[in-house]
Design a binder for this molecule. Sequence first.
Ligand code: PAZ
Length: 346
Amino acid sequence: MATSQQPDGQSGTIFSAETYFATQPPPPSLEQDVARVKDFLQRQLKDGRKVVLVTSGGTTVPLELNVVRFLDNFSAGTRGATSAEYFLKAGYAVIFMHRQFSLQPFSRHYSHSTHPFLDFLEIEESSPKSSTSGPSSRINVRPSEEPHLLEVLSTYKAVQRAGTLLTLNFVTVNDYLWLLRAVSQEMSLLGRHCLYYLAAAVSDFFLPRQKMSVHKIQSGKGSLHIEMDQVPKILKPLVAEWTREGFIVSFKLETDPDLLIPKACQALARYGHQVVIGNDLHRRKFEVVFVSPKASAESKPSGYEESWLRIDLNKNPQKEIEEDIVAELVGRHERWIRDAIVTVRT
Ligand code: PAZ
C-alpha cells in the first residue's frame, strides 16, 4: 500500500490489486457464484459458443459496516441490459453481472418506472351466469401491447431453453471487484473466444473495511469528513494476468467532452486492451466513440484511432445504439479470433 499526494491536492492510499484482495473480504456468495460460472462455461464450451461477460449498473460504497448510508451513482444498467440482448441475438452466451435491482435483459422492457406491467393488463369480467364455479374474472394483455410482449417473451423463453444467459449480481464495489476477478479467471479457459464488455459504472473511491465505522455514523459533531482511498485499477491485472487472450472492451464516461478521447487513449496505453468506448453523460444514448490501438506491423501500437457511432433518434426513436455497438464489436471480435489463427499458422 502506498500513500500518495494526488495531482488535485488530495492525499490517500493507493491499493494495488494484490493488496486489495489480501485485505478486503470476499462477498459470502462468491463460492456459489463461481460454481455456477464453471458449470455455465463448461456447457458453452461443449456447444462451441463464444461467451461475453457484460457488467452493468453502478456500484455502492458503504460508509458503515452495518450499512445505513452509502455512496452510489446514476447508472440504471440500460447499456448493459440492452447490449446483453443483442449479444444473445448474435449467438453469444452471456454472463450478465449486474447491480442488484438494476435493469436486466428482457424484463427491462417492462421497467416499473417507464413501462409498468400492471398498466398493460386488463381485467375481463365474466357475466354472473357463466361464473358458477372458479374465478369470475380473467386477466388479458391489452391488444396494443401484445405484439411486443410476444416478441420479448418468446425470445426470453428461447434463451431460457438454450441456457445461454447466466445472471450474477453485486451491490458494493467490493462485491464487484471480487466477482470480476473470479469470473474472468474462469473465463480465461475460453482463450480468444471470450469478450469482456465492462459497462458497469464502478466507483473510483472506496472506504476500506478497516476504516469503516461499525455502527451508523452519528450526527451532532458538525460536518462529516470521510477520506476515501482509490479503488485499484483492476483492468491492469485483468488484461495482464487473469485473462490474457480475451477481447476486452472497457467504457469511459465523462461529462467534459474534451476529456473523452485523451482519457480513452490513456486507458489503452496503461492497460493494453483492445477497445475503449467513450461516452458523454448526456449524449450516451445516441453517440459513442470507439477508441482502439492503430494496427501496426510491430507488437507495439502506433497511436490510437477513433471512430464515432451515432444514431438519429428523431428519425427513429425506437432505435437502440447498443444494437450498432454490439454489431461493431462482434465483427472486431471475429477478426481478433481469426488473427490468432493466422498468427499460429504462419
Ligand atoms: O447504465 P446506463 O445505461 O444508464 O449508463 C451506461 C454507462 C454510462 C454507465 C456506461 O456506458 C459507461 O460508460 N460505463 C463506464 C463508466 C465509467 O466508469 O467510466
